[in-house]
Structure formats: C-alpha cells, structure tokens
Design a protein around this ligand. Structure first.
Ligand SMILES: [Zn+2]
Length: 192
C-alpha cells in the first residue's frame, strides 16, 4: 500500500541571515540549493556567548562571511560535524582558522567502514580534532549535546541531541522535505 509521506516543504528564510529558532538555536542557510540540499545547507549555532557550530557547510565565501557576521561577539568553542559530505563539513577548516575552535566528529570520510575502498565525492580532507563515539556527551557553556552514531546515509554520520531543548540535529539522516539518499558503498541500509 502506498503511503503518502507528509514532507515539510514550506520554509521562509533569507540566505545568509541568522535566524533564532529557539532560545538556544540559530540557523544560517547557505545559498547552495540542489536536489540534495533543497533550498540550501543549514548551519546551526548553539548557545549564547560561548557557542557550538553544527555543520559549518560548503566552502562558499558568502556563507563563511554570513557565519562570521552571525558569530560576531560570540566565542566559538566547538565545531560539530554530522558527516563528511561537501555541503556539510568543508567550511569547518576556515571556521577553525577564524575561531581557534576544535572540530568534533566520528572520523574522516569512510571511517565507519575502514575496510572499504571509497568512492570520490566526499570531503576527503576533514579529520576531526576530537573523535567522538556513540553516546559521547559534549558539554559547553549553557548547552549539552549527546552524539548518536547513525550510519546509513554515510558510515560516519552522527546525529546530535541538544539535551536542554530536547532537540535532535539529524544532519542528512532524517530530512523534513525528502527521504535521505543512501549511496553505496559507504551509504548502506544494513546498519539501520
Ligand atoms: Zn549528506
């Protein structure tokens, strides 16, 4: 029986503008619309004063400038990466250079399947400063994030739970506007 999935496709936003979504969460959307990103990749800023950035996004000068504007007056203490696709992790490096914050992630591209010969197309350059595992808890000033390893879309995919607001950042593991892409060999339904 066919089931109609009620995707959420209505979204009002402005590229490059930081929007407050909840007391602890702000979002900046990159101007990289595509079949894989919908309107564009979302970068999230968690906390106030001392903040974490989840998924800095693509290597795009305008997006990095928008993040720099959004982070004015803030100290970035953590950069968290859900997974190593080109629309999520590459801007971690320039943001790290700008802020001195450490990057946190499960591991480099393909690290959830170390015996596999990887296809091209991921962010092969990203190596987290701090390797995190399923169940690890990252504590910042005024926020607490639990890491949940969710292989499937990519073997190194992490979701991040913001405990104070009972909110889960699902990266590309779950998307509101579409089903996710599972592209083999690193994308794999069997770990689901
Ligand atoms: Zn992805």
């Amino acid at each position: 029986m066919a089931v109609k999935v009620p995707f959420l496709k209505d979204l009002e936003f402005e590229y490059g503008v930081s929007e407050q979504l909840s007391p602890l969460i702000r979002r900046v959307i990159a101007n990289n619309p595509s079949a894989f990103t919908f309107h564009g990749s979302g970068t999230y800023i968690i906390g106030k004063g001392e903040v974490a950035v989840i998924d800095p996004g693509p290597l795009d000068d305008e997006h990095i400038a928008a993040l720099t504007r959004a982070l004015k007056g803030e100290m970035v203490t953590h950069i968290l990466i859900t997974h190593t696709h080109m629309d999520h992790s590459p801007a971690a490096e320039p943001l790290k250079q700008l802020t001195g914050a450490k990057t946190y992630g499960f591991g480099p591209h393909g690290s959830g399947k170390p015996d596999l010969q990887l296809e091209e197309g991921g962010d092969m350059d990203f190596v987290p400063d701090v390797t995190i595992m399923d169940g690890d808890v990252i504590v910042g000033n005024g926020w607490t994030v639990e890491a949940i390893h969710t292989p499937g879309h990519l073997s190194n995919h992490m979701c991040f739970g913001l405990l104070e607001e009972k909110t889960l950042f699902t990266g590309d593991h779950v998307m509101g506007w579409s089903t996710t892409v599972v592209s083999p060999p690193d994308g794999d339904m069997s770990p689901f």
